[in-house]
Design a protein around this ligand. Structure first.
Ligand SMILES: Cc1cc2nc3c(=O)[nH]c(=O)nc-3n(C[C@H](O)[C@H](O)[C@H](O)COP(=O)(O)OP(=O)(O)OC[C@H]3O[C@@H](n4cnc5c(N)ncnc54)[C@H](O)[C@@H]3O)c2cc1C
Length: 69
């Protein structure tokens, strides 16, 4: 038997454009996050597959934002 930590549920806050939010709730210019770096998506538990799904979805959004799309 061994314990496993899938993810911490913790991380930086982002908005729907994957921009990292400051403590004053304003987007930090030019700073994006996705995947394990992001907190607040899950509470208590999570549906199967959503760890990788959130990374893929917000990764696409963050990449597009960082590229200026
Ligand atoms: C045991 C386990 C089981 C899981 N099972 C599932 C599942 O069944 N379904 C699901 O959806 N999710 C699952 N997850 C969660 C999922 O794996 C993660 O949510 C996902 O992999 C996060 O992707 P990421 O790209 O954000 O981070 P990571 O996959 O952690 O990628 C980060 C990468 O950055 C690299 N890195 C770190 N520091 C540096 C540096 N300074 N310079 C360059 N590179 C660096 C690391 O080596 C790593 O390759 C599981 C996680 C664990 C631990």
């Amino acid at each position: 038997m061994t314990g496993g930590i899938t993810f911490t549920f913790g991380g930086v806050r982002i908005n729907d454009r994957a921009q990292v939010m400051s403590t004053g709730w304003a987007p930090v210019a030019g700073l994006y996050a996705c995947g394990e770096m992001v907190g607040g998506l899950f509470h208590g538990n999570y549906p199967g597959g959503t760890g990788l799904m959130s990374g893929a979805v917000f990764g696409r959004i963050a990449g597009a934002g960082a590229a200026g799309e």
